[in-house]
Design a protein around this ligand. Structure first.
Ligand code: UGA
Length: 441
């Protein structure tokens, strides 16, 4: 099948490469020349394990190519819309500018039966409006139909989540569209992946609801952590006990600095904005609280650092972690980076290290001194903070690192450090969700 993928960010680049790996002929379209240049050489413009190999393979065997010319997609059977839907600059809603723009550019080219499939994350109701707009402008009229097929891939696991998803959601208006999408995903159908056929609105909601539930879970566990901290209970034991209940489960139960990235924060806010437009005002306050609790983790971490070293006295502070989570170089709405920037703004001399995100941190936070190693970040520091859950930080030898710092005081913002090991090496260890150490540590 000939398929176009419009927008080649995290979602589009991964989707295009995976469709090509499933045997389709795929044309990826983007307007960013730098990104296209990398993709044409089989390289992802961001860190994503396994994606470079898939891109290279697709480009080399001719199944996959990239262009900035939308005209080259004429004749495709299916067009996937994968452009970004970030938060608007002054408000909570999703910014759909890129989605409307690509749909308006594509519609006049649709002169035969084809299917446009939305994958971007959108407020419920967008797909129906988009369908009507495309039909009104396409020479093919009603022969150009629209479906919604949200993605649930996680950065750092995007290839696996695409090739072995736990569900595929097909929001369709007709049996014909359903059948065509099942042919697109024939490999997944053959492997018994659960396929949910539904309407456009439910498919749109399936995505934002999943992200809202994940966000709520993280904020709920952070509320529990705060109560543990205040009461002397142990949040690690508590989450182990909770996770043993199969109705609750063990995933997404890690307390700490909270959620970030290009999806959960903005999707939660956009969900509330859309719910309010639909008249669901009172109940949507639940998600407002989820967002507030999440932001509060960042504030609490900065306040803790201030109480430990007095930020106004310009202490040297080492920050380990800048990416919004381990396994990614993405710093969008990163809790770690937000804290590092606040520490800097309040007077601290910050040195930050992240195993993957150096270039992105330099680009977005030029005030921060980014250093190439854990030791460089720790050298002479009066306080060390671990703010992204990279496994290499969990593996740090506290005895060795203790020799490089000015004071052995560490804040574990992700609960990845072994408290016994660090305290045995005479570090004063503070962790969100764990009671403050008694004096004498
Ligand atoms: C999220 C969803 O998990 C995907 O299903 C979805 O497709 C994607 O958004 C999207 O909308 O495109 P992602 O942003 O890659 O994926 O990140 P997650 O793995 O969900 O983590 C989100 C944040 O929650 C991270 O900052 C992470 O550190 C934090 N988190 C996660 C916690 O604080 N505690 C946890 O227990 C789990």
């Amino acid at each position: 099948m000939l398929i176009s993928v419009l927008g080649t960010g995290y979602l589009g680049a991964t989707h295009a490469a995976c469709l090509a790996a499933c045997g389709h002929t795929v044309i990826g379209v983007d307007t960013d020349p730098g990104r296209l240049e990398l993709l044409r050489h089989g390289r992802a413009p961001f860190h994503e394990p396994g994606l470079d190999e898939l891109l290279r393979c697709g480009v080399e065997n001719g199944q996959l190519r990239f262009t900035d010319d939308l005209g080259e997609t004429v004749g495709a059977d299916v067009h996937f819309l994968c452009v970004g839907t970030p938060q608007v600059a002054h408000g909570d809603q999703a910014d759909l500018t890129a989605l409307w723009a690509v749909a308006d550019a594509l519609a006049p080219l649709l002169d035969r039966r084809c299917l446009v499939v939305g994958k971007s994350t959108v407020p419920v109701g967008t797909a129906a409006r988009l369908r009507d707009r495309i039909r009104g402008r396409a020479p093919a009229g009603d022969s150009a139909s629209l479906a919604w097929n949200p993605e649930f891939l996680r950065e750092g696991h995007a290839v696996r989540d695409s090739l072995e998803p736990d569900r595929v959601v097909l929001g369709v208006d007709s049996d014909e569209d359903n059948q065509l999408l099942r042919e697109v995903y024939a490999d997944l159908v053959a492997h018994g992946v659960r396929i949910f056929r539904t309407d456009l609105a439910t498919a749109e909601l399936a995505k934002v609801s999943a992200n809202a539930m994940l966000a709520a879970r993280v904020s709920l566990v952070n509320l529990l952590a705060e109560v543990c901290e205040a009461s002397g209970a142990d949040v690690g034991d508590l989450t182990d006990i909770l996770g043993a209940d199969p109705r609750i489960g063990t995933h997404f139960l890690s307390p700490g600095l909270g959620y970030g990235g290009g999806c959960l924060p903005k999707d939660t806010r956009a969900f509330v904005a859309r719910a309010r437009e639909l008249g669901v005002v009172d109940s949507s306050r639940l998600l407002v609280a989820v967002d507030e609790v999440n932001t509060r983790q960042r504030v609490r971490t900065v306040e803790l650092a201030d109480s430990l070293v007095g930020l106004a006295s310009c202490p040297r502070v080492g920050v380990l972690g800048g990416a919004f989570k381990a396994g990614s170089d993405d710093v969008r709405d990163s809790p770690a980076l937000a804290v590092a920037q606040h520490l800097h703004d309040r007077g601290a001399l910050v040195r930050i290290h992240d195993p993957r995100a150096t270039l992105n941190i330099r680009r977005t936070n030029p005030d921060l001194e980014v250093v190439p190693s854990v030791e460089d970040a720790a050298a002479g520091a009066e306080l060390l903070l671990v703010l992204t859950e990279w496994p290499e930080f969990a593996a740090i030898d506290p005895v060795d690192l203790g020799r490089t710092v000015a004071r052995r005081v560490v804040v574990d913002g992700r609960l990845v450090l072994d408290p016994d090991k660090w305290r045995a090496a005479e570090w004063e260890l503070h962790a969100l969700g764990r009671a403050a150490p008694r004096s004498g540590y």
